[in-house]
Design a protein around this ligand. Structure first.
Ligand code: F6R
Length: 606
């Protein structure tokens, strides 16, 4: 999940590479580095930490040259430090890498016994030495790369400079994404089209095991010893860097954008006049589908969790749900009349992609709910259902999650209609509930100051519990995930009814318990669990509507009153206060909200 970029052209490349890296920093910010080639000499600058640190180094010691490569790192092998920062280089080769070289130890031992000296703790350094070894034995860069492809195991995308060849950059892809950008007398390599958007909109995506030689006027692509052609596509991505507007953090901007982007997503999947859902042509017959398997990671998997409740209760479709890192290895048998749905903001998550490939190998059709359709998952799926959240920059997912929920709600209604379990009147009712959401969410956003006051108390806690039942249960999980990832407070989400089976032992006056409890058919059950918590001195933050809050009286430490909505859409609305709680708790703790420690936006390693 590092970001890589490479440029060969006419202009000085270091500032351009730096620009490309700015757009890739979401992939990792443990360190960054750039190498250029000038007069047969590889020169590089590297810095630990955020890209800004590399900027300062480059300002003090600029790099010259019209050919170069750059990297922003999310550490896998070797701690984040300047020494472990990419590019890794010998006097003959410089390399940047995204992925994991699984057989690095074997190669390191082998190359070490041939006299190569290793100076870092990374897996990547072996690739630099392996290529150097081939070049020293008289191989051209092309021959060296062909051989290296046969020796490297694992997942990688690579960009490589050869000191003796100032006219080429070599790129390679196995498992991790890599795109080639075509300019006018200049050529680009990047982890994604977004990195290349300031330079060109003519993009070609490398496929598995492709490697390519880029010169100033084009690219030659090889796979398994043969030249291959890959289609060049026009990307619609904008080259402009996205700003924070009037907000202090991207996360808050993205929380505030939810009424708009939910409206945009609804417009794409619903006819508001007829209050009828309209999906694109699907590769599966929704009426005949025997089972849907939903696979995703992190927050996206929690969107799938809500969808499971909707699809089973509203559409009567059996759903299996798993996190991709487990699903991909458990050799699940898949129903021939079933289908796979993957959900992903980035469309690049390695585990989700592997799950997709597994299901395809069993002949399943794949439906992908994606925010970035121009992604590897997008290209490998049978159909993309596009959430219109727009670019999400904050590492903690907010608007991507709620637009996934909105799209999945539309999907559940469409499945219910196709299977004949709801009539047009019920479809119109559920659709109306969805169309009300942007306005209701805007009302909840107005509670920001009140939620901030509550968050200041939550921020003092060491542990926090989130409880919910039914579709509120995944929202409790999401609240806990959001809080821990950006505020570093330990938080757990539980199904409210599970409390008495163990977690209730944690309750005391120091553990805030956030209860997600819209007035729905499960409210009374959740309410009883709440009483059990309060009877043991638990300090409750109660998220409910006017009816719920009236029932509770003044017993909670704090309450947030949300508008009354159809229980079908409640999980979407109740996501907003848990996002705001996490955000304000993190700001109170002074953490790096948009780039929390140890995380990255796009997780392209397993
Ligand atoms: C949490 C978060 C992550 C992602 C997960 C999947 O706020 O953002 O848990 O949801 O890494 O990423 P995508 O959706 O890109 O597949």
């Amino acid at each position: 999940m590092c970001g890589i970029v490479g440029i060969i052209g006419k202009a000085e490349v270091a500032p351009l590479l730096f620009d490309g890296l700015k757009r890739l920093e979401y992939r990792g910010y443990d360190s960054a580095g750039i190498a250029t080639l000038k007069d047969g000499r590889i020169d590089r600058r590297r810095a630990e930490g955020k890209l800004g640190n590399l900027g300062a180094v480059l300002q003090a010691q600029p790099l010259a040259g019209t050919i170069g490569i750059g990297h922003t790192r999310w550490a896998t092998h070797g701690r984040p430090s300047e020494n472990n920062a990419h590019p890794h280089a010998t006097d003959k080769v410089a390399i940047v890498h995204n992925g994991i070289i699984e057989n690095f130890q074997e190669l390191r031992d082998e190359l070490g016994s041939l006299g190569k000296k290793f100076t870092t703790d990374t897996d990547t350094e072996v690739v630099a030495h392996l290529l150097t070894h081939y070049v020293e034995h008289g191989h051209s860069p092309e021959q060296a790369m062909e051989r290296a492809m046969g020796r490297l195991h694992g997942a990688f995308s690579l960009a490589i400079l050869f000191a003796d060849r100032p006219d080429i950059i070599v790129g390679a892809r196995r498992g991790s994404p890599l795109a080639i950008g075509f300019g006018d007398g200049e050529m680009f390599l990047g982890s994604d089209a977004m990195a290349l958007a300031p330079f060109t909109n003519r993009i070609c995506y490398l496929e598995e095991d492709d490697w390519a030689v880029l010169s100033m006027d084009g690219a030659t692509i090889y796979n398994d010893g043969r030249r291959v052609n890959r289609e060049i596509v026009q990307t619609a991505l904008s080259g402009a860097l996205i700003g924070k507007g009037n907000h202090r953090h991207f996360m808050m901007k993205e929380i505030a954008e939810q009424p708009t982007v939910i409206g945009d997503t609804l417009q794409a999947f619903m006819n508001p006049l007829e209050r009828r859902i309209q999906l694109p042509d699907l590769p599966v017959d929704l009426a005949g589908l025997s089972r849907l398997t939903i696979v995703a990671c992190g927050t996206a998997s929690l969107a799938g969790h809500v969808a499971k409740y909707w699809l089973e209760s509203v559409a009567r479709l059996p759903v299996e749900l798993d996190v991709a890192s487990e699903f991909r290895y458990r050799q699940a048998p898949m129903d021939p009349d079933g289908a796979l749905m993957v959900i992903s903001q980035s469309g690049e998550t390695a585990d989700t992609l592997a799950a997709l490939r597994y299901a395809k190998s069993l002949g399943q059709k794949v439906l992908a709910v994606l925010n970035v359709p121009e992604s590897t998952i997008g290209r490998e799926s049978d159909v993309v259902l596009h959430t219109l959240a727009g670019p999400e920059i904050g590492v903690a997912s907010t608007k991507a999650f709620t637009t996934q929920l909105v799209l999945l709600a539309c999907f559940a209604i469409a499945v219910a209609r196709a299977r004949g379990v709801i009539d047009a009147a019920r479809e119109a009712e559920l659709s109306s509930a969805l169309t009300e959401l942007p306005a209701r969410i805007a009302e909840v956003l107005n509670h920001d100051v009140h939620i901030r006051e509550i968050a200041l108390k939550v921020a003092e806690a060491r542990d926090v519990l989130f409880l919910g039942r039914g579709t509120s249960y995944p929202i409790a999980l999401e609240g806990a995930l959001k809080l821990k990832e950006i505020s570093y407070i330990h938080a757990e989400g539980y199904a409210a009814g599970e409390m008495k089976h163990g977690p209730i032992a944690l309750i005391d006056e120091n553990v805030p318990v956030i209860v997600v409890a819209p007035s729905d058919e499960l409210f009374d059950k959740t309410f009883s669990n709440l009483q059990e918590v309060m009877a043991r001195g638990g300090r409750v933050v109660f998220l409910s509507d006017a009816d719920g809050i009236r029932k509770l009286g003044g017993q909670a430490m704090a309450a947030v009153e949300l508008p009354r909505v159809d229980p079908f859409v409640a999980p979407i609305l109740y996501t907003i206060p848990v996002q705001l709680l996490a955000y304000h708790a993190a700001v109170a703790k002074g953490t790096d909200v948009d780039q929390p420690r140890n995380l990255a936006k796009s997780v392209t390693v397993e």
